[in-house]
Design a protein around this ligand. Structure first.
Ligand code: DUC
Ligand code: ZN
Ligand code: ZN
Length: 477
């Protein structure tokens, strides 16, 4: 009789706080033993010279999200989650977007109908609140938080979706009362709208003007305001997709004042710049996302934020649209002006290779910080730990093996997402994931799907420990 279903033997097993060469024994989808001389298994995977880490968790992903008239996202839950596991990510946290007038409960049903039974990775929804009515804040959100949807995002930009400051405060108050975690997209909508009008008056409509109508200062101002509003109501807040130094400094200063503020940055702010939006033939549309990529100085500031702990999260903000498609970037309106180009870029599959190569292989971060940024911090912050985010006995056997010696460029032809391009085409990568395991099943090997799918599950989440700690700190004695 064998002891385990699988043993991963002799790899360098890395968690966020420790690392050692050892074996990992897996039984019934769970990590059952860690050590040496574990015995026998149906399959022994030799990981000598390889790095064994907890499956990546990408806590900022958009899939099958309604995106405006005639625009269709390039990934459904099947392709988006397949793409994730091929890039070393075994759990994603996509958004369920409420549109004005909609019931959150009803929208969530629609998203579940699209996701359930179709996923190759585990999934857990955040909610996006665009219509904070008394019913939403008083009835729906409290019930949904109890059911394990313990985080919600609000927008400070996008007409029709942005919340005004008093609405943000009311939503933050709801988060405080229910114990949910708030995420904020920080850009000043009024300033952006003003700048867009000015640009269009001067017939400046090419993709590159997406960046000049969303300058750093509109992000920095909104970041400062979001942190201040959170302070007014006294709630923790996550500042998502931070792109530049001044916004990063707002988070650093808030942390130094003792505020519970979490920063997230993304690959596009490390390896792309606004110059990428200035390509001929409207190809700059491939890089249109918000906030836009900035400049070399901003890239360095984002690295500084990663290296010094201002950023705890590294997410993709995967928001994929096809390029050469009337339902994507080159929609009839999108060809006329940058303001109609759908915002977002694909990246769920390339997030971790970029962090590994640019971070670990180039010596900017060590392996434990890689694991923290790519998996553990997401699990801890969003209420999935220790089921996810760690290689420990009793945790789900979501494990990824990396080959630090495997090199090669990112190519669209090698990716599994539904987009017809990658903004990272040609970027050289040192270190690739070579095997992904979801709850004990090998779902990717050698960079390709194995065809095995244990069935990605939706995960109800605990409340964030950050929120619980803040509540305890402020509860009356
Ligand atoms: N915000 C996101 O978080 N993702 C894509 C587009 C956007 O504006
Ligand atoms: Zn956003
Ligand atoms: Zn996003």
């Amino acid at each position: 009789m064998t002891n385990f279903d699988t043993i991963i033997a002799n790899g360098l097993v890395v968690n966020a706080t420790e690392q050692r060469v050892c074996d990992v024994g897996i039984r019934d989808g769970v990590i059952a033993a860690i050590g040496s001389g574990l015995g026998t298994a149906h399959r022994v995977i030799d990981a000598t010279g390889k790095i064994v880490v907890p499956g990546g968790i990408d806590s900022h992903v958009h899939i099958s999200q309604p995106s405006g008239h005639g625009i269709v996202m390039a990934d459904d839950f099947a392709s988006g989650t397949l793409s994730a596991v091929c890039g070393g990510t075994t759990t994603i946290l996509p958004f369920c977007l409420q549109q004005k007038g909609e019931s959150l409960r009803e929208v969530l049903k629609d998203y579940h109908a699209k996701a359930d039974g179709n996923c190759h990775a585990d999934v857990s929804f955040h909610l996006i609140v665009t219509d904070p009515t008394p019913n939403v804040l008083g009835q729906e959100l409290p019930a949904l938080v109890e059911e394990g949807y313990t985080s919600f995002k609000v927008f400070m930009t996008y007409e029709g979706m942005r919340l005004y400051d008093d609405e943000i405060l009311a939503t933050m108050d709801c988060a405080r009362d229910t114990g949910a975690l708030m995420m904020v997209h920080c850009e000043n909508e009024d300033a952006i709208r003003y700048l867009i009008g000015k640009h269009e008056d001067q017939a400046k409509v090419e993709p590159k003007y997406h960046a000049t109508t969303r300058p750093q200062v509109v992000e920095r101002e909104a970041t400062h305001r979001a942190i201040s509003l959170a302070e007014v109501v006294d709630v923790p807040v996550v500042i998502v997709h931070v792109s530049n130094g001044p916004a990063m400094q707002e988070i650093r200063a808030a942390k130094a004042r003792g505020r519970a503020v979490v920063g997230e940055t993304c690959p596009q702010y490390l390896v792309l710049t606004a110059e990428d939006l200035d390509m001929a033939e409207w190809e700059g549309a491939k890089f249109v996302c918000s906030p836009p990529p900035r400049d070399a100085e901003s890239q360095m500031a984002c690295w500084e934020g990663i290296e010094t702990g201002v950023f705890d999260l590294f997410s993709s903000d995967h928001c994929p649209f096809r390029y050469d498609d009337p339902h994507g970037k080159l929609s009839p309106d999108g060809r006329k002006s940058f303001r109609w180009i759908p915002n977002g870029i694909p990246g769920v599959e390339t997030r971790l290779p970029i962090l590994f190569s640019e971070g670990v292989s180039k010596g900017r971060i060590d392996l434990q910080r890689f694991v923290a940024l790519s998996s553990t911090n997401h699990a801890q912050l969003y209420g999935l730990y220790p089921r996810k985010g760690v290689i420990a006995v009793g945790s789900d056997a979501d494990i990824v093996i990396w080959d630090p010696e495997k090199s090669g460029a990112i190519r669209q032809a090698g990716l599994h997402h539904g987009a017809d391009y990658t903004p990272y085409e040609g970027l050289h990568i040192d270190g690739w994931p070579i095997l992904s395991m979801l709850r004990g099943a090998v779902v990717m090997e050698g960079g390709e799907p194995t065809g095995v799918n244990p069935g990605g599950q939706h995960l109800a989440r605990e409340r964030s420990p950050l929120v619980e700690a803040a509540r305890l700190a402020h509860s009356p004695p």
